[in-house]
Design a binder for this molecule. Structure first.
Ligand SMILES: Nc1ncnc2c1ncn2[C@@H]1O[C@H](COP(=O)(O)OP(=O)(O)OP(=O)(O)O)[C@@H](O)[C@H]1O
Length: 323
């Protein structure tokens, strides 16, 4: 069996009575893109700091590539690239010079460092700006350079803390696609901490929802929505030429249907215990109306998050900003 690349075991951190991370147990598989999601103060940064060996757990442990982050922090740092939410570079040096310096500080000889830095700068789309001083880089360019900077030591894992902060929408899309590509093509494991649900949803294989230091739920979007919404049944969105009382009665009589909501004169939301799309097609045809649209409602991460913190998780955590 392949060992998980990151293992958190009952990881706990207390600061002067504040339980920043509360008995976190979680495994991340090699090559996964895992999203750490949670409102401010949920414990995401503290979790990352313990994983990098930069702060000691109060109890429990975290292992990366089989190395204990507290006892063997150097070995962990050799394998993990960390991109904080704001990266600092020597502003009077070029992107290429900055990268070569990082590579050499990580023990890569100059020739190889220049070769690797040039290749990475191309990969992150900074080919034309590589000889420009980083003081003249935009925020998006600095984040791209930051990504190249964490990749230069060829890590197994990269940890990205709010990587898209302050970047324009196109820059965000480009950066997310780049992260996804790197993970898929090079098998790099990515741990992404973010408030931005839509961005996380776009590239993460699995997510963990954190609040008050606790991991409330983890899984793929499908698993989380199944867990939260299965008790609500399946919602089918129906659009017909005209909603009539007769049609509503016919649908209500379907044995699996337990609720029919008329949204407007053409739209209905049908809640049922099982998938009733086939049955609905027949009922609508029998009623003499035309079927214009029929789809099962899918839940996105924002609905899952909202539901978890508003009701499903019975927590009163604030809803984080989602823009
Ligand atoms: N050095 C510290 N000393 C005391 N308390 C701290 C320290 N660092 C974090 N905390 C507390 O630990 C809790 C978790 O903070 P943490 O920064 O890990 O959350 P976060 O999820 O990363 O939040 P954000 O999204 O705002 O960065 C908070 O209550 C915070 O106030």
């Amino acid at each position: 069996m392949v060992e998980p690349i990151i293992t958190f075991e009952n990881l706990t951190k207390k600061y002067d009575g504040v339980l920043a991370v509360d008995h976190l147990s979680l495994t991340v598989e090699r090559g996964e893109v895992f999203g750490l999601l949670g409102p401010n103060g949920a414990g995401k940064s503290t979790t990352i700091l313990m994983m990098l060996g930069l702060t000691e757990p109060t109890s429990g442990q975290v292992k990366v590539c089989g190395f204990n982050s507290t006892r063997e922090p150097k070995k962990v740092k050799e394998r993990v690239g960390y991109l904080p939410d704001s990266v600092g570079f020597y502003e009077d040096r070029t992107g290429l010079e900055n990268l070569v310096l990082t590579a050499m500080l990580n023990g890569v000889p100059r020739g190889k460092a220049t070769e690797r830095a040039t290749r990475l700068l191309k990969e992150v789309g900074l080919e034309e700006a590589m000889n420009k001083k980083t003081g003249k880089y935009s925020r998006g360019m600095k984040q791209r350079l930051g990504l190249a900077d964490v990749l230069i030591k060829e890590p197994d894992v990269i940890v990205l803390d709010e990587p898209t902060l302050g970047i324009d929408p196109q820059g965000v899309q480009d950066l997310l696609q780049l992260i996804e590509k790197l993970s898929k093509e090079q098998g790099i494991t990515v741990l992404l901490s973010s408030h931005h649900l839509h961005q996380v949803q776009q590239i993460c294989d699995r997510v963990g929802l954190f609040v008050d230091g606790k991991l409330l739920a983890k899984g793929t979007l499908d698993e989380l929505s199944q867990e939260l919404f299965s008790k609500e049944g399946i919602t089918t969105i129906v659009k017909v030429s005209e909603v009539s009382d007769e049609l509503i009665t016919m649908i209500k009589n379907h044995p699996s249907v337990f609720e029919v909501e008329k949204v407007d004169k053409q739209n209905l939301h049908v809640k049922s215990e099982t998938d009733v799309t086939g049955g609905l097609v027949h009922l609508i045809m029998d009623s003499g109306k035309s079927l214009l649209e029929l789809s099962i409602k899918e839940y996105g991460l924002d609905e899952i998050y909202h539901q978890y913190f508003q009701g499903g998780g019975n927590h009163e955590a604030p809803i984080p900003r989602t823009t």
